[in-house]
Design a protein around this ligand. Structure first.
Ligand code: FES
Ligand code: FES
Length: 166
């Protein structure tokens, strides 16, 4: 099997019914997608498959054969974060970070599909993504801000959210 992983060709040699999550983490060494519940319930393993968010724990490797698979590593780089990644930093929308890759992937898919950015719609788009740390409000703040466009990372240290946490 072959997939395009974050823009590069990747050969997959795992058995066809191996969960894509295990292929990513154990065979291909991409560790951002997390093994939370491994039962479709937490969203921590979410990746984009041909642009749509999918639970990698429930997706057999063979189902991704020939597809483009994108993880957070494929959205931006540390030097050039994607708008959603920047917004998560700016709004302190990650604490332990376990849920964050799945949240960022789902938020990216939502915005790429032209989401309105209303809090209700963002909440619905992220339904099924469990976060044990943040209380979700900062995550919704971040996604709403990302929808409005890029912003200056130099002000991240002055963010009211950052100051509250300091
Ligand atoms: S690990 Fe896939 S949904 Fe929880
Ligand atoms: S930041 Fe810890 S689970 Fe979401």
């Amino acid at each position: 099997m072959k997939i395009t992983l974050n823009g590069a060709d990747a050969q997959v040699d795992s058995p066809p019914l191996t969960p894509l999550l295990h292929v990513l983490r154990e065979e291909l060494g991409v560790l951002s997608a997390k093994a939370g519940c491994e039962n479709g319930g937490c969203g921590a393993c979410t990746v984009l498959i041909d642009g749509s968010p999918r639970r990698a724990c429930l997706t057999a490797a063979i189902a991704a054969d020939g597809s483009e698979v994108t993880t957070v590593e494929g959205l931006g780089t540390p030097e050039a974060l994607s708008p959603v990644q920047k917004a998560f930093v700016h709004f302190c929308a990650a604490q332990c970070g376990f849920c964050t890759p799945g949240m960022v992937i789902a938020a990216t898919a939502y915005l790429d599909k032209g989401g309105s950015g209303s809090r209700e719609e963002i909440t619905e788009a992220l339904a099924g993504h469990v976060c044990r740390c943040t209380g979700y409000l900062k995550i919704v703040d971040a996604v709403a801000a990302a929808r409005e466009g890029d912003f200056d990372m130099s002000v991240a240290a002055e963010s009211p959210h950052t100051q509250v946490r300091a």
